[in-house]
Write a protein that binds this ligand. Sequence first.
Ligand SMILES: O=C(CO)[C@H](O)[C@H](O)COP(=O)(O)O
Length: 214
Amino acid sequence: MRLQIALDMVSMEEALGMAEKIHDIIDIVEIGTPMIIKYGMQPVRCMKESFPQLTVLADTKIADGGEIEARYAIEAGADIVTVLAAAADNTITAAKNVVHKAGKELYVDLLGVPDLIQRSKELEAMGVDYIGVHTAVDVQQSGITPFNDLKKLSETVCNTRIAAAGGITQDTLPLAMFSHPDVIIAGGALTTAPDLRAAVLAFKRRIITDQNRL
Ligand SMILES: O=C(CO)[C@H](O)[C@H](O)COP(=O)(O)O
């Protein structure tokens, strides 16, 4: 299982400073949607140039214009590009074609999709690389978590890597482990920690402990 850190509410300088502290212990660094809205593709470009060995995910959450928007992210150096599952099949396929042509990967975010099971089957048939469940930040405040959706997703797809995001902390992590996700995404739980490196190491230790227990 890989750990992805989501850098959402930070400046470009803070993002690079954070990566400097943890680039050797993190699997994937996500340039979050708020950063992309604020700075465009510049943080993706800077992150990849500064840490070429790091897998950089551009959380573009593409909803339309799959070909052009995925191309912008790929040209900036993204290794993984995200598209919304709620987008049209044409959009997802167009993004997938651009990303795969460059030898990179497409992540589809199930955010807001009512029939997760049906849509996941369709996405798997489309040949995307990752499907992720996601409890939106604005919904997390109501106490909702992504773990039930993750269980459903794990029971639905067989040949596509699965991921979970949305307020995951070191304490709630065991609830995800039963579903054996390929990627766990954590944002605020890590980026607001007083000691980022210690928090990432503790998170990783927790993953290993829980994996060994299962
Ligand atoms: O994509 C996102 C918001 O749309 C976040 O990056 C994702 O939810 C992870 O952050 P957090 O752990 O703080 O919820």
